[in-house]
Design a protein around this ligand. Structure first.
Ligand code: MN
Length: 242
């Protein structure tokens, strides 16, 4: 009955499957996936489908899923890149932002699916929550893709904008709650200032970053067991700065 957290798989399906095996993930366990399953890595659609069909996995919205939904008119079509300039200004801006963010592999894989599979994935993305509150062994956790942008202690979680939850990169000197731990991904721990262990899960000020840069050279996918604090990584290779 353990609770695990992972994030930013970015199409690295093999890493994800290795970790599930490594932790001996069971039907009675629970997994929280904090978003960004797609883009950059080799198997974006298979990763989404795998998570979508795991009964005991709960997935949150990442900025990459948000970008895909924002650019759905482009994604779910046969438009080529040069067609984007015909879009209205807003759609053009949104589509270009995603095109610059490692979406090629996602677009190719999505367009190769049949209608039913495409609709399944769109529905899944549309249903993703932006945060989750859980209690494990007496500790309260807030799970979110990126953080709590423009944090204020008296602001309810439902008062944050989607942008504040999926895009923010608050330095870890910023502490959020005194009595709750906020677990997020989004910023590879290799990119955190003064991090003695780049590429490992980072903890400071009641905040945990589990994004270990799976899709970057020298990066890896991390899984954290909230019950025991045990950390799991794939690959286990030595840490390199990407
Ligand atoms: Mn992200």
């Amino acid at each position: 009955m353990a609770t695990y957290v992972t994030s930013d798989i970015h199409g690295e399906l093999k890493y994800f499957e290795k970790l599930l095996k490594m932790v001996d993930f069971k039907d009675t366990d629970t997994l929280y996936v904090l978003g960004d399953n797609i883009d950059r890595g080799p198997k974006p659609m298979e990763t989404v489908q795998k998570i979508m069909h795991m009964k005991n996995a709960h997935c949150l919205l990442g900025n990459h899923e948000a970008m895909a939904l924002d650019a759905l008119e482009y994604l779910d079509s046969e438009y080529e890149k040069e067609d984007v300039e015909k879009f209205d200004e807003d759609l053009q801006k949104k589509t270009r932002r995603w095109l610059k963010n490692g979406s090629d592999v996602t677009i190719r894989a999505f367009r190769a699916l049949d209608r039913e599979r495409k609709d399944e994935i769109i529905d899944f993305w549309r249903g993703l929550k932006t945060y989750e509150e859980i209690n494990v062994n007496g500790t309260d956790y807030v799970l979110v893709h990126a953080g709590l942008g423009n944090f204020s202690e008296d602001k309810g979680l439902n008062e944050y904008t989607q942008y504040e939850l999926v895009w923010t990169r608050d330095p870890f000197d910023v502490s959020y709650y005194k009595d709750k731990v906020v677990v997020a991904g989004h910023t590879p721990t290799q990119e955190l200032n003064d991090n003695p262990k780049p590429g490992s899960i980072f903890k400071k000020n009641n905040r945990i970053d589990v994004d270990c840069g799976s899709c970057y050279t020298g990066g890896r996918l991390a899984m954290l067991c909230l019950d025991t604090g045990e950390e799991f990584y794939y690959p286990k290779r030595p840490l390199l700065k990407p």
